[in-house]
Ligand binder design. Structure first.
Ligand SMILES: [Zn+2]
Length: 205
């Protein structure tokens, strides 16, 4: 599983180790009664999803089926992505001209749908309306998944706090029938008793 010649594999190995570590720590917290069962189950689900996502992200395709970046018709930038992970790396680098050119044509969404069969990911990318650096940030967030971290620092004393309660809220469907679902968590610092809320993830369903 470790291939020292391949940067992407070792990056992936590191990510998997990190996820395994998180899971171990989480189990310890749960057994020690520091987090509730609902919190535990939620995080396990998120971590499992993250591992599946890693597998999807590293699947490589042939040169021909790769994503070839252009700044305009007939103006290739020379950058080609062969996996979703590679794509995220290239998205960090490409010029804004190229980034926006493809988004306006729906090229990213079509590639993700047609080459990887990731329909819901594709539609999420297609619906991004941001421009410039915000677009770059949003595409990366969408491809790499929401931050799995649910441990936040207490805003008043700075100690690490795990969620007390996690719940989902659904908005009203928009004209296209899409609904925004937000996952929220309620925290209370064990040290200073400060309560706060955090949005953990936003999903368009
Ligand atoms: Zn505190």
């Amino acid at each position: 599983m470790f291939d020292l010649n391949s940067e992407s594999i070792s990056d992936l190995g590191l990510k998997q180790l990190e996820l395994a570590r998180k899971r171990k720590k989480l189990e310890a917290s749960y057994k020690a009664g520091k987090i509730s069962q609902s919190t535990y189950e939620y995080i396990v689900k998120e971590l499992t999803k993250a591992v599946v996502d890693l597998e999807v992200q590293t699947k490589e395709v042939s040169y021909e089926r790769g994503f070839h970046f252009y700044e305009d018709a007939g103006k290739p930038t020379g950058q080609i992505a062969l996996s979703l992970e590679d794509f995220a790396r290239k998205v960090r680098d490409v010029s804004l001209a190229s980034l926006e050119f493809h988004q306006e044509r729906g090229d990213y969404a079509n590639w993700i749908r047609d080459v990887f069969g990731e329909y819901s990911l594709a539609e999420t990318v297609r619906n991004l309306k941001e421009k410039g650096e915000d677009l770059r940030k949003k595409i990366l967030e969408t491809i790499e998944g929401p931050q799995q971290n649910v441990v936040f620092l207490c805003p008043s004393c700075g100690k690490e706090v795990s969620p007390k309660r996690i719940w989902k809220m659904k908005g009203r469907p928009n004209r296209a029938g899409k609904t925004l679902q937000i996952t929220l968590a309620h925290y209370q610092c064990l040290d200073c008793r400060k309560s706060f809320r955090q949005v953990l993830s936003k999903e368009i369903m």
